[in-house]
Design a protein around this ligand. Structure first.
Ligand SMILES: [Zn+2]
Length: 426
């Protein structure tokens, strides 16, 4: 029963609804079977548990583990291509790389690199866009299980407008998804997500087969892309004769268990419908900046009551670290001028932790370090003399310290990562 002693920062409440950052300068967290069973001032918790081993983390900061709600496993090696908008980038960079995962040996290597990169960056839970190839999706689930990550993922399907080797059929998409969900949904820390690539690459018949999988696999998740780029949105309208959200919703795919990535260019009617359905949006700011997709209208999402979390969107996104995504989200709101939402460090932490946990239906288990939650945590302990360590030493209180973390922290500063109390890094 380890007793963790640390300076702890988390957001048990929603800062977008006025909740404050919670900061405990010297907290004690008693962890039993992966759960936080007691939390309080260290001295008080210690008094009740004199014989438990103490893990002293006072040289750094303890935060909840990151929750990434949008990241593509097959694009691990495609990070960093510059200078293209979405559809050109897909054709020239992402899809050729995704096709290579037909080779199971290649997919195994990429899955290992991908899972390792998430853990290294402090991500403890992720909603992962899988591969178009079922064996490669098995390999991802296997590697995630081996490392101990909490992931929700699934077979990516499309039957038009991709490379021919990535196309599936309505029946094959259904059969393979059911088999994968049978093996992985609710198995340990893994769950299944129905994952059409985007409506552009899916016929109505294929989207209907996705809905059939969703109906058949109780408690599974739904994820895809939406409203990322004006050229893409125009093409969806031409193909379906309706708006982007409706292309999914008319098949019954949109609900509280849905996470749609991007939504940079939504209509007001779409925002209202997303809110009414209880669906969530994964905001992916480095990807939106790298592809020139646009500045995310966070104010309009908040005004309509749409739930928003963060995603790194590797490989269009420029890395796995949600500190960087949080900082980029802040930058993008600054650039929106008077329409931008002023984000404080507590908002950034919430977007990277509690908001994602809520979007994934896991808020009762993870997203902060409250008593009763699972011990999914990261420990930042920057090198002495680094700009972050100097900044933390001179910070003017916890909010300022957390702002410096989002400005300066990298995966190198993440010296400890735990899921269910099991140490995955450090
Ligand atoms: Zn994406």
């Amino acid at each position: 029963m380890p007793l963790y002693r640390a300076q702890v920062l988390d957001t048990p409440g929603d800062p977008f609804r006025g909740a404050a950052l919670r900061a405990d300068a010297d907290a004690g967290l008693l962890v039993v079977d992966g759960a936080i069973v007691e939390r309080g001032p260290y001295a008080a918790v210690r008094d009740g548990h004199r014989d438990e081993p103490v893990v002293d983390l006072r040289s750094g900061l303890l935060l909840p583990g990151f929750v990434d709600t949008h990241v593509h496993y097959p694009q691990m090696r495609a990070i960093g291509a510059l200078g293209m908008p979405l559809l050109e980038w897909l054709d020239r960079c992402a899809l050729p790389e995704e096709a290579r995962l037909a080779d199971a040996g290649y997919a195994r290597e990429v899955a290992g690199e991908f899972v390792g990169s998430l853990v290294d960056s402090g991500t403890t839970t992720a909603l992962v866009f899988g591969s178009h190839f079922a064996p490669a999706v098995d390999l991802l689930f296997e590697q995630a299980t081996e490392r101990g990550l909490r992931i929700t993922s699934g077979l990516v399907v499309g039957d038009r407008m991709l490379r021919p080797e990535l196309h599936t059929t309505v029946q094959r998409a259904y059969d393979e998804a059911r088999e994968l969900a049978g093996r992985w949904h609710g198995n340990g820390r893994t769950r299944y997500a129905v994952t059409p690539r985007f409506s552009l690459s899916c016929t109505d018949e294929l989207l209907a087969s996705c809905a059939a999988v969703q109906d058949d696999v109780a408690g599974c998740w739904f994820t895809s892309h939406i409203n990322e780029n004006p050229a893409e949105i125009a093409k969806v309208r031409e193909l379906f004769g309706c708006g982007y959200l409706e292309s999914y919703d008319r098949h019954g795919l949109v609900g509280p268990s849905s996470i749609l990535a991007h939504n940079v260019h939504p209509t007001d009617a779409e925002l209202k419908l997303l809110a009414a359905k209880g669906a969530s949006v994964a905001h992916c700011p480095t990807s939106n900046a790298a592809l020139g997709s646009g500045l995310f209208p966070l104010d309009r999402h908040l005004a309509c009551g749409v739930r928003v979390a963060l995603g790194c969107d590797v490989g269009a996104g420029t890395g796995f670290c949600l500190f960087k995504e949080g900082l980029q989200a802040y930058f993008m709101q600054r650039l929106r001028g008077p329409e931008g939402v002023p984000l404080a460090s507590a908002h950034l932490l919430y977007l990277a932790t509690g908001a994602g946990a809520g979007a994934l239906g896991l808020r009762d288990q993870i997203g902060d370090l409250e008593e009763g939650k699972r011990f999914d945590a990261i420990w930042l302990d920057p090198r002495a003399g680094s700009p972050l360590e100097i900044g933390l030493r001179h910070a003017d209180g916890p909010s300022d310290a957390l702002a410096k973390v989002f400005a300066l922290a990298t995966p190198h500063d993440v010296q400890g990562v735990w899921v269910d109390g099991e140490r995955l890094k450090g």
